[in-house]
Design a protein around this ligand. Structure first.
Ligand code: HPA
Length: 234
């Protein structure tokens, strides 16, 4: 047990999928894993371990935002030995070519700062995905016929953003979408020599003021879980 995860030693797999929403973790575990067992419910941040095609997998909620994800990813890596961590979540589209339901595989994640920024001082560290996972996820996404974009995303600290000028700069520099967690996941994976990736579904679009109806979200989310699982074990 750690401060935020109640699982016993050995109850967490080396491969961990991390949706922001704990109820998404429950849904994904019940839908895609065999013999899924609840291994954490501290603070309601549900985690499950089961198997997918014979491979052990944990699906653990991360909560919203980098400070929350940082707590779970640190404990998963340092205390439970997680080796491969894949964020599965939603993002806001930023480029015209990005449409609702498209998949974004995040090569890099820009930020104003992460919970790790203090250690870098004046350095702008560039958090990036694990290449083998990224490559495998793109192949898996294309295999499903999903419209897939690969490139940089923006991990923001706020959902209700008061800096439209900053979003404009992100769009201008080719950033595909905005979410709130990936940069810290990539930074922690780099620090501890683990593999990390974020596979995202576009749930809204900042420029076009569109959002996915809630009934569509489950289907899109399912594609993302399968892409992450195929990438992890390819
Ligand atoms: N902003 C930040 N995070 C998000 C968004 C957004 O528009 N959509 C999904 N996650």
């Amino acid at each position: 047990m750690t401060i935020h995860i109640g699982a016993n030693p050995g109850e967490i797999a080396e491969t961990v999928l991390m949706p922001g929403d704990p109820y998404r973790a429950k849904w994904a575990a019940e839908t895609f894993l065999e013999d899924a067992q609840l291994i954490n419910q501290v603070r309601g941040m549900l985690g499950f371990t089961g198997t997918w095609k014979g491979h052990r997998v944990t699906i653990q909620g991360s909560g919203m935002g980098m400070p929350s994800l940082s707590i779970y990813a640190n404990e998963l890596i340092r205390d439970y030995g997680a080796q491969t961590l894949i964020r599965i979540g939603s993002c806001g589209g930023m480029q015209d070519k990005v449409a609702l339901r498209d998949i974004i595989v995040a090569m890099t994640a820009s930020t104003l700062g992460t919970p790790s920024s203090g250690i870098f001082r004046e350095l702008n560290f560039a958090p990036c995905a694990d290449w083998s996972l990224l490559n495998a996820a793109v192949k898996a996404a294309e295999g499903k016929g999903a419209t897939t974009h690969v490139g940089g995303i923006y991990s923001s600290d706020v959902f209700y953003d008061e800096r439209p000028d900053l979003n404009e700069q992100m769009v201008r520099h080719g950033i595909l979408g905005v979410e709130m967690e990936a940069a810290e996941l990539y930074t922690l994976a780099a620090r501890y020599g683990r593999r990390a990736l974020a596979v995202l579904t576009v749930s809204d679009h900042l420029g076009r003021n569109e959002a996915l109806p809630s009934e569509d979200r489950e289907r899109s989310f399912g594609d993302m879980v399968e892409i992450a699982l195929e990438a992890a074990f390819s």
